[in-house]
Ligand binder design. Structure first.
Ligand code: UD1
Ligand code: MG
Length: 457
C-alpha cells in the first residue's frame, strides 16, 4: 500500500462558464487548468492519481494521457459525492489521500508537499489548505473555535452575515486519512441545494472528536478557483505574473511585463530580452542572448542562440543560431532556418529549409522549398508552389542568386551558383553556373564576367 494517493475532482458541470467544453480544459497561460493541477500533484507525490470526470469526458482523458486512473461521476451531486467515486480505485491502496479540484490552476507542488507533511505530523483525520489572501467571494469560509481550531467550512450560499465576513477561505485542497474518509463519505447528508459537500467532512471529524488541521497558502491567489470567465481572466493574470517573475529571476530581461505573454510551457535562455507586446506560446523554446519583439508572436517554435525576431510571427518554425527576422515577416509551420540567415521584411516562409547564410531581404514567398546555403533571394521573388491541385517543390542550390521579382514555377530546380535575372519566370530547371532571364526564362551558360555585370542587388 502506498502512503499517498491523490484524487482530482473534475466532474462538475462548470455551469457558470457557459461553455461547450469542460471547465477544467479551459487554458490558463496556454495550458489546461487540469494539467496545471495534475503537474503540481505529480511534483508532490508519485502514488496513484485518480481523476473524477463527468460521463463522456473523453477530452479530459485525451488531454492528460497516460499515467492516471479515471472514475466517472454519473451525476454532479457535489464534491463529496465526486470523491466517493474514487473509492473503488483507491480503497486499500493508500493510507492518505490528497484531494484537489481541477479548477484551481495556481496550486504549486511545494504547497501540496507542506499540506501533506502537516497532515502526517499532526495525525489529523482532515487537513485543509486555507488562505486569507484571495478575494473570498464565492468560496467556503473557515470557521474556527475559540481555541483557533477549525470548527467547520461554511459554503457561501449557506453562510450567515457573520460567516460571510470571515476572510479565511477554504482552498479546496485537502489531505484525508483514507480509512476514516471512505467511511465518512457514506455518512454525508445533502445540503440545502441537494449537493453532498466534501467540505462537511471537516465538521464531521470535529463532531467525532478527531483532529482537524490546516495549512495556510503563502502566495496570493495560489488557491484561487475558477468558476466564471471573469475568474479565468484573473487566474490568467496571476499565472502570467508568476511565469514572468520566474523567467526574470532566471536571467531573462522583460522590458514590459504588462504587455508580455509567456505560456506556461515556454522555455527562455539567459540574457535573452523580450520586448513589449510579445506573445510566446505553446512548446516554444528560445535560446540565450536573443532579442524577441517588440510586437512578435512566437508559437510552438524553437529559436537558437543570438537570434533577433522583430515584429514578426513564427508558428512551428525552427531557427538555428544567429538568425535575424523582421520586421513584419511570417514563418509558418515547417520553416527551418539554418544559422546566420537574414530574413527581412514582408517575407513568408512555409514548409521550407533555408541553408546557412542565406538572405531573404524583402517582399518574398518561399513555400515547399529547399534553399541552399548563401543564397541571395532578392526583393519580390516567390515560389509559385501551388498549381491549383498540388503543392510542388522548389530546390535552389548553394550560392545561387535569385533576382528581383523572379517567379519560380514549381516543381523546379535552380542549380548551384546560378543567377536569375530580374522578372525571370522560371518554368524549367536551371543547371548550375547558369544565367536564366526572361519570360519564360531561357538559360545561358554563365560567364563569370557577365554574371558580375548582370548581378542585381
Ligand atoms: C468549492 C468548495 C469551497 C471552496 C472552493 C475552492 C465545496 C462544497 N466547496 O466550491 O469550499 O472554497 O471549492 O475553489 O466543495 N465537482 C465534481 N463533481 C460535482 C461537483 C464539483 O467533480 O458534483 C468538481 C468540479 O469539477 C470542480 C470542483 O469539484 O473542479 C469544485 O467544484 P465547484 O463547483 O467549482 O465548487 P466551488 O463552488 O468552487
Ligand atoms: Mg470552483
Amino acid at each position: 500500500m502506498s502512503q499517498w494517493a491523490a484524487v482530482v475532482l473534475a466532474a462538475g458541470q462548470g455551469k457558470r462558464m457557459h461553455s461547450f467544453i469542460p471547465k477544467v480544459l479551459h487554458p490558463v497561460c496556454g495550458k489546461e487548468m487540469v494539467r496545471h493541477v495534475t503537474d503540481a500533484v505529480r511534483q508532490a507525490l508519485s502514488g496513484p492519481v485518480v481523476l473524477v470526470t463527468a460521463p463522456g469526458a473523453e477530452a479530459v482523458r485525451q488531454c492528460l494521457g497516460e499515467g492516471f486512473q479515471y472514475a466517472v461521476q454519473e451525476q454532479p451531486l457535489g464534491t463529496g459525492h465526486a470523491l466517493m467515486q474514487a473509492d473503488q480505485a483507491l480503497k486499500g491502496r493508500a493510507s492518505n489521500i490528497l484531494v484537489l479540484y481541477g479548477d484551481t490552476p495556481l496550486i504549486q507542488g511545494e504547497t501540496l508537499g507542506r499540506l501533506m507533511a502537516q497532515h502526517e505530523d499532526s495525525g489529523a483525520a482532515v487537513t485543509l489548505l486555507t488562505s486569507s489572501l484571495v478575494p473570498p467571494e464565492g468560496l467556503g469560509r473557515i470557521q474556527r473555535d475559540v481555541l483557533g481550531q477549525v470548527a467547520q467550512v461554511v459554503e457561501e450560499v449557506e453562510a450567515d452575515e457573520a460567516q460571510r465576513a470571515l476572510r479565511e477561505v477554504n482552498g479546496g485542497m485537502y489531505a484525508f486519512r483514507a480509512d476514516w474518509t471512505w467511511n465518512a463519505l457514506g455518512r454525508l447528508t445533502p445540503s440545502h441545494s441537494g449537493e453532498y459537500y466534501l467540505t462537511n467532512l471537516a465538521a464531521m471529524a470535529v463532531r467525532e472528536g478527531l483532529p482537524v488541521s490546516s495549512v495556510t497558502s503563502m502566495e496570493e491567489m495560489e488557491i484561487f478557483g475558477v468558476n466564471t470567465r471573469v475568474q479565468l481572466a484573473q487566474a490568467e493574470r496571476a499565472m502570467r505574473e508568476r511565469i514572468l517573475n520566474r523567467w526574470m529571476l532566471e536571467g531573462v530581461t522583460i522590458i514590459d511585463p504588462a504587455s508580455t505573454y509567456v505560456g506556461a510551457e515556454v522555455v527562455i535562455g539567459q540574457d535573452t530580452t523580450i520586448h513589449p507586446n510579445t506573445t510566446l506560446r505553446g512548446r516554444t523554446a528560445i535560446g540565450q542572448r536573443c532579442e524577441v519583439g517588440p510586437n512578435s508572436l512566437v508559437y510552438d517554435s524553437t529559436i537558437g542562440d543570438d537570434c533577433k525576431v522583430v515584429a514578426s510571427m513564427l508558428e512551428e518554425a525552427v531557427l538555428e543560431d544567429h538568425v535575424d527576422i523582421g520586421p513584419f515577416s511570417h514563418l509558418r509551420p515547417g520553416a527551418v532556418v539554418e544559422r546566420e540567415v537574414h530574413i527581412g521584411n514582408f517575407a513568408e516562409v512555409k514548409n521550407s529549409r533555408l541553408g546557412a547564410g542565406t538572405k531573404v531581404g524583402h517582399f518574398s514567398y518561399i513555400g515547399d522549398a529547399q534553399v541552399g546555403k548563401n543564397v541571395n533571394y532578392a526583393a519580390g521573388a516567390i515560389t509559385c508552389n501551388f498549381d491549383g491541385v498540388n503543392k510542388n517543390v522548389t530546390e535552389i542550390g548553394d550560392d545561387a542568386f535569385i533576382g528581383c521579382d523572379t517567379m519560380l514555377v514549381a516543381p523546379v530546380k535552380v542549380g548551384e551558383r546560378s543567377v536569375t535575372g530580374a522578372g525571370a519566370v522560371v518554368t524549367k530547371d536551371i543547371p548550375s553556373d547558369s544565367l536564366a532571364v526572361g519570360m519564360p526564362a531561357r538559360t545561358r551558360k554563365r560567364n563569370k564576367q557577365r554574371a558580375a555585370e548582370n548581378s542585381l542587388s
